[in-house]
Design a protein around this ligand. Sequence first.
Ligand code: NAI
Length: 699
Amino acid sequence: MTAEYKVHGSVAVITLANPPVNGLGLATRQGIVDGLGRANADPAVTSIVITGAGGAFSGGADIKEFGTDKSLQEPNLLSVIAAIENSAKPVVAAMHTVAMGGGLELALGCHYRVAAPGCSIALPEVKLGLIPGAGGTQRLPRVIGVEAALNLIVSGEPVKSELIGSVPGQKLFDKLVASPEALAAEALAFAQSVAEVRPLPLVRNLPCKHPEGDAYFQFARNMVKGMAKNYPAPAKCVDAVEAATKRKFADGMLFEREIFINLMWTPESRALRHLFMAERAASKIPDVPSDTPKREIKSVAVIGAGTMGGGISMNFLNAGIPVKILEAKQEALDRGVATIKKNYEAQVKKGKLKEDKYAQRMALLTTTLDYADLKDADLVIEAVFEELGVKEAVFKQLDAVMKPGAILASNTSTLDVDKIAAFTKRPEDVVGMHFFSPANVMKLLEVVRGAKTSKDVLATVMAIGKKIKKTSVVSGVCDGFIGNRMIEQYSRQAGFLLDEGATPQQVDRAVEKFGFAMGPFRMGDLAGNDIGWAIRKRRAVERADMKYSRTADKLCELGRFGQKTGAGWYDYQAGKRDAIPSDLVNKMIEDHRKELGITPRKISDEEIVERLVFALVNEGAHILEDGIASKSGDIDMVYLTGYGFPIYRGGPMHYASEVGLFNVVQAMDRFAKNPNDDAQFWKPAPLLAKLAAEGKAFA
Ligand code: NAI
């Protein structure tokens, strides 16, 4: 049982005890109902308090039960709330720290609510593509007003109890106590003070009206439409709250339930729930237990103050961790520090960073040209040129000076982390930390696990990733790791599409309509087409049999590297980022097509999207098979946080499972028959073929 029952004088106290946030799992729900039964049967008890042990009143649904039958098993949350409302003796919620989702709905079912300051109040269901499903949309407007409730429900964002408590006329809290420490005693005293009150007050009996309802809800609908174009849930929040103002309570509850159940089945909600679970799962490494001892990271060194080194440093400065940057030359150091300053100053200008915070961060930054100055750093991250010889020199020096136990990380995007580790006498301390550009903005961190990387190094790097607010995903060692290994296949398909008749604009438009932040050609122009060119040149030697469209090479031969050279797949005007279709590039593509003897054909947007996305999926399946990623959700996290894959589609692997892997393989078979594509390309990875044949999904 995960709820405790104790009697203090005439008051029974039911304490939810399901760490970490007292999720309302089946056993907890059962515990509440049992406690109510005992309290009502005990003549010595005259009132009841429900509270939460540890760091929460209740965070709502138990994520361990997510999507399982257990969440529906009786007593479900609606039945628990009914049992509270029907209690013959008054029930008082004693709320502290966190009262969210189902936890808040539970409290709203109680006859009274006493709260501590600092308690986060929220109905965050919309973030999972849902609406509150246990009366939240019907009860909250009755206690804090229609507009305040709708704001809370549509945003899903938490508000502190003292803020709500200070609003005149609010009925969410019957009492706001002075401090969290005072809550237990004050809740007991309050419960005693209402022991004789009859009839017991119920939120459901309060009126719910908006003086200009029709106009207000019309306004709210327009607002939500603009903000949440790809998500159905926010608009449904408006419908449900409107129902609270227009229907009888019981009808409103049925309406809320109906919406909730329908939303559960939408692809958007399934994608958001997948993301929620995948994000948590990504931080767990199958063979590295969560209690693995971690090394302490109190200071960081960064080698190289270029594009990546600067951004990487900012992450640690933002988290209050001192950083020392080393460069080969003073000018490079000065340039790097100036860029960091410029970035912070831009934030100050926009009002996103306070002057004193900026000063605090800069005070944590020091620089050096001498490796000996780094020796005491707990973690050093190398971000020098992408050449193995340069990395070798750096790691040999680090090995010579760094204190024992320091973690030596490389930000390499393509090089073999095992080879880099072998430059040192401590390969167990070497790991890849692959940040994405701009490193101070992008959420993704690929943690590259070398063959010899020790478990405590991995555990430490995952923890530090969390500290600097990254989504960390573990990848094995291979060319391109998870993200870039997959993007190579996506880029190859994008090239074949040009050869066959598409323009860069058409491909980008189709992919952006699907929901990607940016199509492949705009992305190439942003990242620099020369980077891919250099990689293809290296790979041309290593994998000579791999077929590519030559268009990207031809583009680079024209010096069109992208935004940085003012021209790439598109033209750019000085100082602007708008991609303008280029006649020259389109002519180059047409000429190339003629050379290949291809008669262009009209390619549908649907085919473009399928070919690009299924290219990712098939390589993702190879990556799973090879053990480079340990679960498909990790691959989805990489694409959602590092490559602009549309969140509401849940990542390539989740999306493929939604489409149905059988259908994915069928489409691949069709593409393989296209003489201008590469039949070898579309050979399904054995794992994909197997799952498709068995009618299974990736997860
Ligand atoms: P960059 O050229 O902007 O910066 C490299 C810096 O390293 C330069 O300031 C250079 O002076 C310094 N440097 C070179 N040799 C050095 C040495 N021996 N000792 C000290 N400093 C030295 O390059 P960028 O883009 O920052 O890339 C750095 C690393 O990050 C590369 O391994 C790259 O593959 C990787 N990376 C780059 C991404 C990007 O989008 N630019 C994304 C993810 C990883």
